[in-house]
Design a protein. Structure first.
Length: 591
């Protein structure tokens, strides 16, 4: 069993070289920081991950949560770890100084988040959702609401949850039926939600539920959905947590993975009706929830990177330790890392993890520019880039986490299939990632519809132009020659598929839906390849020259990605451009 080891060098390399840190640190919002502070914070976050969160990962999986008297009891050690997490100020890492937060750059937040998620994804779901809830309250709440809730959530005294799903309303939120009836300055909420992550626990003083519900006279569909703040404990006049609100957790789900987190059935208003407060405007609740979801989507993408890296660490240790078979030039039994196929599997894992990490940290840097740049043009360009990449970063790493955690099991052989190595837990935990926060299918529809076709490929065209602009740099040094060729081919595929979609998509209503996931994965591979090529270029230009073994390994990893992963782009483009005929032509009875 391997403890969590933070990939600190690669994290810092990505933050420094690929997340626009130099530019971000020039912005007024980040005036108090320099690179050394960023590095120290990331390293400290890694220590917390390794020393406090990682030891609780397997016990959390084995023991899980339980419901006692309509309330959830978290696995042993979680409450103490949460106490330490908030005492260290980690919950406020990226929160604005306006609310006493640290206000660190997104690259640092991404690296810290990756370390914590890698160490214990179940635990980290609570802080991740609290962050998303804070963003939604900040973006849509009045000054009074913001000052009432955000400081206590930022310091971790209170957590936040996201209550969207009902049994008949999963991907399709237009059919939400939870009711909200106006009563004076508040509303009475009644209804039942399912699958609510950390909907209850015993480690924070209060829980702030954000709940989608419908007013009695609301129009049908998504135009009739409103968003409410429903605290577990109502607030006293001095803002402290007081009387219990009418919201309970009668049961939790038995599930495939993330056993350490509670997935709750939530019952609102079984007695008098839970008291809730409107967030934003009546009937415009989905916009508020999207603020939360977009934040959480990038966070879930990072979970994909994190769980993949944890699986890789375990597989690497096993490959360096397990002896089996012989190898040319070696006497007797050799460790399995001698075998070409084991090396191939490890490199498929490593190279894709580094590509995903690079793309996620790049996007976090763009997010900072989108929110805080003082230059209108820069802000608009970054905003457009983040919007385009959000479904890609949610989906591509979480889908790859299936391949990577499965390879982690494979490298362990039979020992991977039994629970005691821990490889199986990573595979089970990873399985939720392409499902929650919008399934892969739903993200892909957003990508082809709102992000490509709606602006006739403008944002995608800007991305393609940026990728192509790297060509000149890659052409200069022979060490990047084959990376250059692979990137040109990948971006050509992405360009052709985008043009095809814009021409063919409007002609048949099923075309975009049939091509969508292939297009999204194609974009992920090429964006990952682009970031890997940027990494290679940075190395060739002298980055990490004080650490030649890291620099050499990075170049070799990028070359592997160019040779083994980039060719997948061509297959995905071909499949996407095959159109809808074979997908839709099969009669239902033939399935
Ligand atoms: C462990 C766990 C934690 C969760 N945490 C939360 C939480 O904190 N808060 C919360 O509100 N919810 C939460 N969820 C719910 C989660 O977000 C939903 O399960 C998810 O959105 C999918 O909805 P569904 O399960 O109803 O599947 P469905 O919507 O029934 O989808 C089934 C399949 O059909 C596909 N599909 C559906 N509609 C379309 C379409 N229009 N086009 C193409 N394909 C489509 C989907 O991609 C999927 O493959 C959680 C779920 C789990 C299991």
């Amino acid at each position: 069993m391997t403890d969590y080891v933070q990939p600190l060098k690669d994290m810092l390399f990505n933050i420094h070289e690929l997340s626009a840190l130099d530019r971000v640190l020039q912005l007024e919002r980040f005036a108090d920081f320099d690179k050394d502070v960023v590095d120290q914070v990331v390293e400290e976050a890694g220590k917390f991950a390794a020393e406090v969160l990682s030891p609780l990962n397997i016990p959390g999986d084995e023991i899980g949560c339980k419901v006692v008297d309509n309330g959830v009891v978290a696995p042993p050690g979680f409450a103490e770890a949460y106490g330490q997490f908030v005492e260290n100020g980690w919950q406020s890492l990226e929160v604005s100084p306006e609310f006493d937060g640290m206000g660190m750059p997104g690259g640092a937040g991404a690296a810290a988040g990756e370390a914590w998620q890698s160490a214990n994804m179940s635990f980290m779901l609570a802080p991740m959702l609290t962050n998303g809830a804070m963003y939604a309250i900040d973006a849509h709440g009045s000054d009074e609401i913001r000052s009432t809730y955000i400081p206590k959530m930022a310091n971790g005294a209170w957590t936040g949850t996201m209550n969207l799903t009902e049994s008949q309303a999963g991907s399709d939120l237009s059919v939400v039926t939870t009711r909200a009836v106006p009563e004076g300055d508040h509303y009475r909420i009644s209804g039942s939600k399912i699958f609510i992550t950390w909907g209850d626990q015993d480690f924070s003083e209060n829980i702030i539920h954000l709940v989608l519900a419908r007013l009695p006279d609301a129009p049908d569909g998504v135009r009739g959905i409103s968003l409410f703040i429903v605290p577990k404990f109502l607030l006293n006049d001095d803002g402290s947590a007081g009387e219990r609100n009418d919201v309970y957790t009668p049961s939790i789900e038995h599930k495939l993975g993330v056993h350490g987190s509670a997935t709750c059935v939530m019952s609102f208003g079984e007695n008098d009706g839970a008291i809730g407060y409107l967030l934003g405007e009546e009937n415009k609740g989905l916009a508020g929830m999207f603020t939360m979801m977009n934040h959480a989507r990038l966070g879930v993408g990072l979970q994909g990177v994190a769980i993949s890296d944890r699986a890789y660490q375990l597989a690497r240790s096993h490959a360096l330790d397990r002896k089996q078979g012989g190898a040319p030039g070696e006497k007797g039994s050799v460790t399995i890392i001698h075998h070409p196929d084991v090396r191939r599997m490890l490199l498929v894992m490593k190279s894709q993890i580094e590509a995903m990490r690079a793309a996620a940290y790049y996007t976090a840097g763009q997010q900072d520019l989108a929110m805080y740049s003082d230059n209108d043009e820069e802000r608009a360009a970054a905003l457009s880039r983040v919007a385009l990449l959000t479904p890609v970063i949610k989906t591509w790493p979480t889908e790859l986490a299936q391949e990577i955690t499965s390879l982690g099991v494979q490298i362990h052989g039979g020992m991977g299939f039994v629970e005691e190595t821990g490889a199986a837990q990573h595979m089970r935990d990873a399985r939720i990632l392409p499902i929650y926060e919008g399934t892969t299918g739903i993200q892909a529809l957003d990508f082809v519809g709102r992000k490509i076709m709606a602006d006739e490929g403008k944002a995608m065209g800007d991305l393609i132009a940026d990728i192509r602009s790297l060509d000149l740099g890659l052409a200069v040094d022979e060490r990047t020659a084959e990376i250059r060729v692979a990137l040109i081919d990948g971006v050509d595929q992405m360009g052709s598929a985008t043009t095809w979609l814009i021409e063919q998509g409007p002609l048949d209503p099923n075309t975009a839906g049939s091509a969508s996931v292939n297009l999204l994965m194609l974009a992920g591979i090429v964006v990952g390849g682009w970031q890997m090529a940027r990494a290679a270029l940075a190395i060739v230009n002298g980055a990490s020259s004080d650490d030649p073994s890291f620099a050499e390994a990075k170049l070799q990893t990028v070359r592997f990605y160019a040779q083994h992963i980039m060719p997948r782009a061509r297959g995905l483009a071909d499949a996407a451009m095959a159109g809808a005929e074979t997908v839709m032509g099969m009669p239902e009875e033939s399935f």
